[in-house]
Design a protein around this ligand. Structure first.
Ligand SMILES: [Zn+2]
Length: 231
C-alpha cells in the first residue's frame, strides 16, 4: 500500500468519526502501521478539508519520511504503541464526549456491561493525565493498554487499536457507546458489576468469534491475517 491509499482510508476514518460525533474540529487522529513505521494524519487539519496526500509517513522514532505537513502531535503515543503492540496495525484517537467525560473524572469503565470485554478485559482503564504529545502520555497509555485494545486518557479522551483503521474506529465507537451507557447507569443508580469469572467467560467467548462465527460489531473491517489480540 502507498501513502496516498493509506491516506484515503485514514481520511475516511476521520470523516466517519466526525459524522459519528466522536470528534469535533481538528481534534483526534488516526494512523496505520507500515513497513517503514506508520502513516499518520497531519496536525491541526479538520477532516472536512484534509486530503489523503496530507498523510505523513514517519518511522517509529518520529523521523518524517514522506509528506510536507507536520504529523499529528500525538505521534509519540502512536509510535510507542506500534513498538510495544506487534498486533496493533491501526490506531484511532478521539475526544468523544462520554468517554472524555469519564476520563475527566479519572474514571475507568468497569464491568458494568459484558461488552466492556470488547476492549480485551474486565475493564477499560483510564491512563493518568500527561501533557498531550508527550512521551509521558505515551508511557501512561501503554500501561493502560496492557492486555487491552482500548483505554481512556485522563482529562483528554480515548484511543482504540485495531487490525485496520475501520476496526479501530469501530472499537472507538463502541467505547464511546459504553461510556454513554455507563454515565446513564450512574445517573440511574448504582450499576451492578459483573464479577471476574463472568467477564473472563465473555473474554473467552469473544476470542472464539471470527468470520462466519458471530456478529460482534467491532470485528467489522478486521483481517483474519491478524489473528491475535487486536481485532
Ligand atoms: Zn487528543
Amino acid at each position: 500500500m502507498e501513502r496516498s491509499a493509506a491516506g484515503t482510508r485514514l481520511l475516511d476514518c476521520m470523516r466517519r468519526a466526525a459524522d459519528a460525533g466522536l470528534s469535533r474540529g481538528s481534534a483526534g487522529n488516526a494512523s496505520m502501521r507500515c513497513a517503514a513505521g506508520m502513516w499518520i494524519t497531519p496536525s491541526g487539519i479538520e477532516p472536512q478539508v484534509m486530503q489523503a496526500t496530507d498523510t505523513v509517513t514517519l518511522d517509529l522514532q518520529g523521523r518524517v519520511l514522506e509528506g510536507t505537513l507536520r504529523p499529528s502531535s500525538e505521534w509519540p503515543m502512536h509510535a510507542a504503541i506500534y513498538r510495544e503492540h506487534p498486533d496493533a496495525l491501526a490506531i484511532v484517537h478521539c475526544h468523544s464526549r462520554h468517554a472524555t467525560a469519564l476520563a475527566c473524572c479519572g474514571r475507568a469503565i468497569p464491568a458494568f456491561h459484558y461488552m466492556v470485554a470488547v476492549a480485551g478485559g474486565e475493564s477499560i482503564r483510564c491512563a493518568p493525565y500527561a501533557l498531550f504529545g508527550s512521551t509521558e502520555l505515551a508511557t501512561h497509555a501503554l500501561r493502560a493498554l496492557e492486555g487491552r485494545r482500548a483505554c481512556l486518557l485522563a482529562n483528554h479522551g480515548q484511543l482504540a487499536l485495531g487490525a485496520t483503521p475501520e476496526a479501530a474506529l469501530a472499537l472507538a465507537i463502541e467505547v464511546e457507546e459504553l461510556a454513554a451507557q455507563y454515565v446513564a447507569a450512574l445517573a440511574a443508580g448504582e450499576p451492578r458489576l459483573l464479577d471476574a469469572a463472568q467477564m473472563a467467560a465473555v473474554v473467552a467467548r469473544f476470542a472464539d468469534y471470527g468470520p462466519g462465527r458471530g456478529d460482534q460489531p467491532v470485528q467489522s473491517g478486521s483481517r483474519s491475517s491478524c489473528d491475535g489480540r487486536i481485532v
